[in-house]
Design a binder for this molecule. Structure first.
Ligand code: ATP
Length: 271
């Protein structure tokens, strides 16, 4: 069974219009995709194209205004109250800024323990489970006692991932999860995410504006523009034969290895 099936998804926001009137604005329009367990869909597109709104609808942080979202075969858009809270365990999110998922006033261990409580793990098991989770993300057990500000950005992101894994999700949404990290740390976190995916069969929705990150991570790619998907297909095909001019522009913007930042291919060369 597919981990994620999104069909005709729409997200509409209200925003101030003229005078006291409110306008409705469609940030996501008729978006459909599927993610199989153990696979990654890379979602790219310019700022404001609706990528995060898709993620927020998937997580049910915003209410979709249309379409359906199936997670493990369950229609998420119809869940309410306790059912929705229970179901949230199946989906977790890792953000660009780890402080969006970590409480700065709690140690790394307590941040993870909070998620363990939500997952129904009993208190006596917290220490051993926390140690296990830290180990899975490549951190020593002693990190449990450190506060988020006492560790590096990459280590903080590892703690965020451990916290996300604590509830045993099927789907991980990574929203620009490595964008703020140095290139070498970024590669380590991407490799960690791949290892965890191989071990647990996690489905990833991997949002990034960086096409070289997506080339490394994604099995399939969807390109968004103005709230719609303008290109969608297996990653190898999209990179080898991009069909939409906008995709060609995004690929052309990837710096060539060894060419430094100055030499960029033109959209013509990508074609
Ligand atoms: N809560 C909100 N209320 C009103 N408009 C919103 C809200 N959240 C997002 N938008 C608008 O919806 C559109 C899509 O935003 P979204 O954050 O989904 O795009 P994005 O592709 O993730 O952008 P970025 O790469 O900058 O994060 C933008 O025009 C944004 O201004």
């Amino acid at each position: 069974m597919s981990a994620v099936v999104i069909n005709g998804l729409a997200v509409t926001y209200k925003r101030p219009g003229r005078g006291l009137r409110q306008e409705t604005f469609k940030a996501v329009d008729d978006v459909s995709f599927t993610i199989e367990p153990g696979r990654t869909l890379g979602l790219a597109g310019e700022s404001g194209s609706g990528k995060s709104s898709v993620a927020r609808a998937l997580m049910r942080v915003v209410e979709p205004s249309g379409g359906s979202v199936l997670i493990g075969g369950q229609e998420v858009t119809k869940l309410r109250g306790g059912d929705l809270r229970k179901f949230r365990r199946h989906m977790q999110m890792v953000f660009q800024d780890p402080y969006d998922s970590l409480n700065p006033r709690l140690t790394a261990g307590d941040n993870i323990a909070e998620a363990l409580t939500a997952a129904g793990v009993s208190r006596p098991d917290h220490t051993s489970r926390t140690r296990e989770l830290l180990d899975r993300v490549g951190l020593p057990a002693a990190f449990a006692r450190r506060y988020p500000h006492q560790i590096s950005g990459g280590q903080r992101q590892r703690v965020s991932i451990a916290r996300a894994l604590a509830v045993g999700p099927q789907v991980l949404v990574c929203d620009e999860a490595v964008s703020a990290l140095d290139v070498s740390v970024r590669a380590q976190i991407l490799n960690l995410l791949k290892d965890l995916q191989d071990a647990d069969g996690l489905a990833y929705l991997f949002i990034s504006h960086d096409m070289s990150t997506l080339r490394f991570m994604a099995d399939d790619i969807a390109i968004m523009r103005g709230g719609r998907i303008v290109e969608h297909g297996p990653s190898a095909d999209v990179f080898a034969r991009p069909e939409h001019p906008y995709t060609r522009e995004l690929i052309a913007a990837i710096p060539e290895p060894g060419a430094g930042r100055r030499r960029r291919r033109t959209a013509e060369e990508v074609r």
